[in-house]
Write a protein that binds this ligand. Structure first.
Ligand code: 13P
Ligand code: SF4
Length: 301
C-alpha cells in the first residue's frame, strides 16, 4: 500500500498535479489527496490551484465543474464510469420544456447536474450555500429549483419560500429512513443526529443539524457531544473518526453507500496519473455559459 502511495506522490510532483477528493471517497483516497472536502470547497480549490493537472476523485459532474473553472488545465477523473444518478434525472430537452412553461422563473441549479444543464441555468448552488443563493433572488421572483427535490424542498421550507421543484433525488440518501433514526435514538439517546439535505423530509425532521458534508464535519468537530448519528453517504465516517478519535459515530444505515463515488481506488489514481486518463473536457460553447452560473455562485459564497 505504501509503495502505491509513494508512487502516486512521486508522479504527482513530477507532473505538477493536485489531487482533490470528495468527502465520500474511500478513506485511503481521501488520505492521499491534497484537499478533501464538499462540492463547494472542491470547486473553490480547483479555481485557485496552480497545478497543471487536477486529478478529481469524485464523480463526473465535479470533474466537469473543475474543467469549466479551469479550461486550460488537464482535469482527470480516475474512473470514467463514476457518474451521479441524480445528475442524470434531468435532460436538456426536459429542462427547456419546463422553462417554456415558466418563462419568468429563475433557474437555480444544484451543482449535481451536467454542464449542459448548468449552461441552461441562471445560477448554481451547492448544499452548503443553497439558502444563501436562493435568498439572493428577490422574493417576488419565481424560482425553478433543479434537479434535487429534497434539497429544494428543505430550502423552500427553511426560507418559507415557495419554489417549483424538479423531481430528481439522490438514491443513496433516499435509502436513509426515519425508522432507522428512531431505532438508533432508542439505543443512543444522547447522540446528536446530523443529516445531509439530500435526505427525505421525514429524515430531516428528526435531525439536530442539517448540513453539507463539510458542514457535518464542522458540526461534529465543534459540538461537545460524544456520540453522533450520521445521515449521509458512509464515506464521510472516515474523516469524522480521524478528526475526532475520542468521539463515536454511527451511520444511520450502511446502505447509504454511493457505488459511483466508490469506483475510485488508489490504483486508479495512480493509473490516472501514469496514463493521463480519463480526461474531462467540456466543449467551449457549453463551458462559457455554465461558467457564468457557477461563477455567480462562487462570487456569492
Ligand atoms: P456536498 O459534499 O457538497 O455536501 O455534496 C454531497 C453530494 O452528494 C455530492 O455528490
Ligand atoms: Fe450523486 Fe448521491 Fe452519489 Fe452524491 S451521493 S454522487 S448525489 S448519487
Amino acid at each position: 500500500m505504501s509503495i502505491l502511495i509513494d508512487k502516486i506522490n512521486e508522479l504527482k510532483k513530477k507532473r505538477n498535479a493536485v489531487i482533490l477528493a470528495h468527502n465520500y471517497q474511500r478513506g485511503d483516497v481521501q488520505d492521499v489527496a491534497d484537499f478533501a472536502g464538499d462540492s463547494l470547497g472542491l470547486s473553490q480549490q480547483a479555481a485557485k490551484t496552480k497545478a497543471d493537472i487536477i486529478v478529481f476523485c469524485g464523480v463526473h459532474f465535479m470533474a466537469e465543474t473543475a474543467s469549466i473553472l479551469c479550461p486550460d488545465k488537464l482535469v482527470l477523473l480516475p474512473d470514467e464510469h463514476a457518474g451521479c444518478p441524480m445528475a442524470n434525472m434531468i435532460t436538456l430537452r426536459e429542462l427547456k420544456i419546463k422553462k417554456k412553461e415558466h418563462p419568468h422563473a429563475k433557474v437555480v441549479c444544484y451543482v449535481n447536474s451536467t454542464a449542459a444543464i448548468k449552461a441552461e441555468s441562471d445560477i448554481c448552488c451547492t448544499s452548503s450555500n443553497a439558502a444563501k443563493i436562493v435568498s439572493s433572488i428577490p422574493k417576488d421572483q419565481e424560482i425553478l429549483f433543479i434537479p434535487d427535490k429534497s434539497l429544494g424542498g428543505y430550502i423552500s421550507s427553511k426560507l418559507n419560500r415557495p419554489m417549483i421543484l424538479w423531481e430528481g433525488f439522490c438514491p443513496t440518501h433516499h435509502r436513509i429512513l426515519a425508522e432507522h433514526i428512531i431505532k438508533l435514538k432508542r439505543e443512543y439517546p444522547d447522540a446528536k443526529v446530523v443529516v445531509h439535505p439530500e435526505c427525505t423530509p421525514d429524515v430531516i425532521a428528526l435531525a439536530d443539524h442539517v448540513a453539507s458534508t463539510t458542514g457535518i464535519a464542522k458540526y461534529c468537530n465543534d459540538t461537545n457531544t460524544k456520540e453522533f448519528i450520521i445521515g449521509t453517504e458512509t464515506g464521510i465516517l472516515h474523516r469524522l473518526k480521524k478528526e475526532n478519535p475520542q468521539k463515536t459515530f454511527y451511520a444511520i444505515t450502511h446502505l447509504a453507500d454511493c457505488s459511483n463515488m466508490k469506483l475510485i481506488s488508489l490504483e486508479k489514481v495512480l493509473w490516472s496519473l501514469e496514463d493521463l486518463v480519463y480526461q474531462i473536457k467540456v466543449p467551449d460553447d457549453i463551458a462559457v455559459k455554465a461558467r457564468v452560473a457557477i461563477q455567480k455562485m462562487l462570487d456569492l459564497s
